[in-house]
Design a protein around this ligand. Sequence first.
Ligand SMILES: [Zn+2]
Length: 266
Amino acid sequence: MDIVKCPVCGELLKQYQAFYRCQKNHSFDIAKEGYTNLLLNQSSKIHGDAKDMLLAREYVQTKGYYQTVAKTIVLMMKCLSKEQIVDIGCGIGYYTAFVQEAFHTNVIGIDISKDALKIAAKKNASVAYYVASNKSLPLMDQSVDLIMNIFSPVYITEVKRVLNTHGYIIVVSANKDHLIELKEIIYEDIHDKDELRNDIEDDAFKLVNETSVKESMIFDKKSLDNLFLMTPHYWTSSIKGKEKLAEIDELLLSIDVSVKLYQLGK
Ligand SMILES: [Zn+2]
């Protein structure tokens, strides 16, 4: 389905075999891995997550630690209209692919990290992946039935613009106790180390469903190291915290994640 817009002029992009082109002849090649770069400002070389972080995320997600979260998302989506789904801030496409495989509908993944989409596109060729910013989605107005926003910042103005009149957004974010045992090891004081919260406080949306995924899982040494590397904690913890963690062989960790479904329109 054609809903992708040209980042230069805003016209609809049509897909040809190996590229996209708008009426004004702006064209964008589809990379050999299968994603398309629609980001105009390429001046900075570092966009989004660093490569090590992406590989760490792939390791942890492949091990299935976040499978219950993915299954909960699918369950919540089951009865919704979802001809066109978009996963914004999709990263390496773990949840994107999971949802596509569950429903076999039109699924788009958007992320600012080209490296993330290289991994994502190779894993599931049925999803269309675009490099773009959440702040400026390359999508036509009112073209999307359902948006997924999984552990990623929400820019509500863009969400409102691209959603259909009664479209949905599913938002997944970490609760306070998510990975608490890890935080207790790496921080002296964990109180001001709250996770990113993504509650939507916009009058245009109503909360229609919510649940939490709570479970405990044993992370072995390698999984623990990878988990640490994929979270923002890697950047915010002290050297002392990192040393303490290095001495631990395995850890029972709490997964505690909030899944919320909002609908546009009162
Ligand atoms: Zn154009």
